[in-house]
Ligand binder design. Structure first.
Ligand code: ADP
Length: 217
């Protein structure tokens, strides 16, 4: 599903965040990415998510080598194949939960009614059907992250990428979020989770350990 072949990433300004990273993630895997702050984890997730391109080497997602795609094709790949979950939720302020989730379907061209119907179902899957009309400021951190997960999965992507999804949550809400990601994976979705949390990392079936921009194990 995801192949990084001798990938390097140097940012404008000269910071080299990844060097010579080769990695394969099969469809249906649940993978944790661990490593100290600044080691290159988010950079790697951004490349896997087609949000950024490597400066050397190649990244292939679901059979598509990113450097061969136009900006438009990259957006389409992101929209159809990948769902994102971020530490700080990235929900639109003042917008009801159901519409935040429905935004995950904007690329599909479906009408608003159908987007909302599917968003309602996705909220049900994360146990938040009763919060559909609440705005983000009316939700707890754990609920916001569950809305963000509903948005990530409403389009039924092959891959869900989560960057420190429990990083801003108390441990109980964190467990709920991890349980949702596991259930998603059990249904066949490939899930990649960056985490600082040793306990969470220890419970994941596959782990990639990054240090100083390189895969250590
Ligand atoms: P992690 O997610 O493990 O904390 P990052 O991938 O965010 O690590 O960062 C790796 C290195 O790249 C750090 O030295 C960071 O300062 C640098 N970096 C990250 N993003 C950028 C950027 N957009 N521009 C320049 N340097 C960056």
């Amino acid at each position: 599903m995801i192949t990084l072949d001798q990938v390097g990433k140097t940012y404008p300004g000269g910071v080299t965040a990844l060097r010579d990273v080769s990695l394969t993630i099969e469809g249906g895997e649940l993978v944790g990415v661990v490593g100290p702050s600044g080691s290159g984890k988010s950079t790697m997730l951004n490349l896997i998510g087609a949000l950024d391109l490597p400066t050397s080497g190649s990244v292939t997602i679901a059979g598509h080598e990113l450097s061969r795609l136009s900006d438009r094709q990259l957006s389409a790949l992101r929209g159809r194949t990948i769902g994102f979950v971020f530490q700080q939720y990235h929900l639109a302020a003042g917008v009801p939960a159901v519409d935040n989730v429905a935004d995950g379907l904007l690329y599909t061209g479906l009408g608003l009614r159908e987007r909302r119907r599917r968003a309602g179902q996705a909220l049900e899957r994360v146990g938040l059907a009763h919060r559909a009309t609440n705005r983000p400021h009316q939700l707890s951190g754990g609920e916001k992250q569950r809305v963000a997960i509903a948005r990530a999965v409403v389009g039924e992507p092959d891959v869900v990428l989560a960057d420190e999804p429990t990083g801003s949550l108390d441990s109980r809400s964190g467990m709920v979020v991890m349980r949702l990601l596991r259930e998603l994976n059990a249904g066949g979705t490939t899930v990649v989770v960056i985490t600082h949390d040793r306990e969470i990392a220890a419970g994941l079936p596959h782990r990639v350990e990054i240090r100083d921009g390189q895969v250590r194990s």
